[in-house]
Design a protein around this ligand. Structure first.
Ligand code: DGL
Length: 270
């Protein structure tokens, strides 16, 4: 099926999932939308998160997508079930895949979770982990300073180190943790700094790999793989500044993307 897969996030974080989708599914065409202008979603109310996510989805539905990947933990926590129920296309989030990857990784059942305030308050990871494996020792910490810093392009250096060190202080008491879930798709961009702070004995889990695997499985089950062999032209949209988005994508992909457009998706209420 030669239709694109839609991928959404509040900003550039979802590109970490796009990167993995491109690696595992090179024949699939992707349309990405980052709602940069309203980023971060993390501190917003559940109603706002739902409203903004629906606006992103409605935009992508006009592009005739065959499947939706919610490459944002916060949006997944508050809208996954609703979107799966209401849309006629398959919808995948990033929380279940991340939880599965963490369960595969932990040897001592001590799992840490870091995420946005919205994701941590929703307890979506706790529920997903416990559904698969009860009796895990879980400690969660919200890191509201990470997303705005990443969106400014600060991924390393003194500011990143101090910010990450401060935010992860509460985890210092959870000394037995052997696995830490990066429960926000922006956080893999800070992976090196986080690893330095928590130490080499902790395995960091980002859900992108497992999410791409799940996407692939769903395409297979539904016989929706793209069967054409032409090179695919991905399309990127941002609701914010094209230049900032371009410079960040250059750093994430190690090359520039050609098809980036600025778009407005807010509903105008008259
Ligand atoms: N990448 C989003 C997530 O995974 C960031 C949310 C935000 O904008 O705060 O949760």
């Amino acid at each position: 099926m030669n239709k694109p897969i839609g991928v959404i996030d509040s900003g550039v974080g979802g590109l970490t999932v796009v990167h993995e989708l491109m690696r595992q599914l090179p024949k699939e065409r992707l349309i990405y939308l980052g709602d940069t202008i309203r980023c971060p979603y993390g501190p917003r109310t559940p109603e706002e998160i739902r409203e903004f996510t629906w606006e992103m989805v409605e935009f992508l539905l006009t592009k005739d997508i065959k499947m939706l990947v919610i490459a944002c933990n916060t949006a997944t926590a508050y809208t996954l079930e609703e979107l799966q129920e209401k849309l006629s296309i398959p919808v995948v989030g990033v929380i279940q895949p991340g939880a599965r990857a963490a369960i595969k990784s932990t040897l001592n059942n001590h799992v840490g979770i870091i995420g946005t305030v919205g994701t941590i308050h929703s307890n979506a990871y706790g529920i997903a982990l416990n559904t698969i494996k009860p009796n895990l020792h879980i400690t969660s910490v919200a890191c509201p300073t990470f997303v705005p810093m990443v969106e400014r392009g600060v991924l390393s250096g003194k500011e990143a180190e101090v910010t990450v060190e401060d935010a992860l202080l509460p985890l210092k008491q959870f000394i037995e943790m052997d696995t830490l879930i990066l429960g926000c798709t922006h956080y893999p961009l800070l992976k090196d700094v986080v690893q330095q702070v928590v130490g080499p004995q902790v395995t960091l889990i980002s859900s992108s790999e497992e999410t791409a695997r799940e996407t692939s499985t769903i395409l297979e089950i539904n016989q929706m793989f793209n069967e054409q062999n032409e090179p695919c032209h991905h399309q990127f949209y941002t609701t914010g500044d094209v230049e900032i988005f371009t410079s960040l994508t250059k750093r994430i992909f190690n090359s520039s993307i050609d098809n980036l457009k600025s778009v407005s998706i807010e509903k105008v209420i008259i």
